[in-house]
Write a protein of this length. Structure first.
Length: 142
């Protein structure tokens, strides 16, 4: 693994600004008085690319953690929307809840591998069945 010390202070400063979320790439290069050609050279430097990729990975992890931390709140708000006076809003909220609660094909495949299960889990409904259930629920609310 390469060391961060192999990058210049200017390169580290540009990277810090690029990942701060405060300005676009060209504005940051202008701020640091870096030409586009110099930046292109940096992008062919293994040490610079490695540090850049580390920061990209870190940014993705931070965003996933933020989304995960708000997922409970989002779920509560979605459930609250099922009680909306607007029929279309309530219907869409119900559909979103159903689609979010159903395992995706990738997750389902991983789960089946881990547990050795190959049958369709209970509670999985066809689109037609879901539509009929929502219709019944809507009539029941009226």
């Amino acid at each position: 693994m390469t060391k961060r010390g192999q990058l210049s202070k200017k390169q580290l400063s540009v990277l810090a600004d690029l990942f701060s979320g405060q300005g676009d790439e060209q504005a940051i290069l202008d701020k640091h008085k870096i030409s586009r050609d110099t930046y292109k050279k940096w992008l062919t430097n293994d040490n610079f690319i490695e540090e850049f990729n580390i920061r990209v990975t870190l940014a993705y992890h931070q965003s996933r953690a933020l989304i995960a931390s708000y997922s409970s709140l989002a779920a509560v708000k979605l459930v609250q929307l099922t009680e909306s006076g607007k029929e279309e809003t309530a219907r869409k909220a119900c559909l979103d809840i159903i689609s979010l609660s159903a395992p995706s094909s990738d997750k389902k495949g991983q789960l089946e591998k881990q547990e050795g299960v190959t049958s369709q889990p209970a509670g999985q409904f066809s689109a037609g069945t879901i539509s009929k259930l929502l219709e019944v629920l809507a009539k029941e609310k009226k």
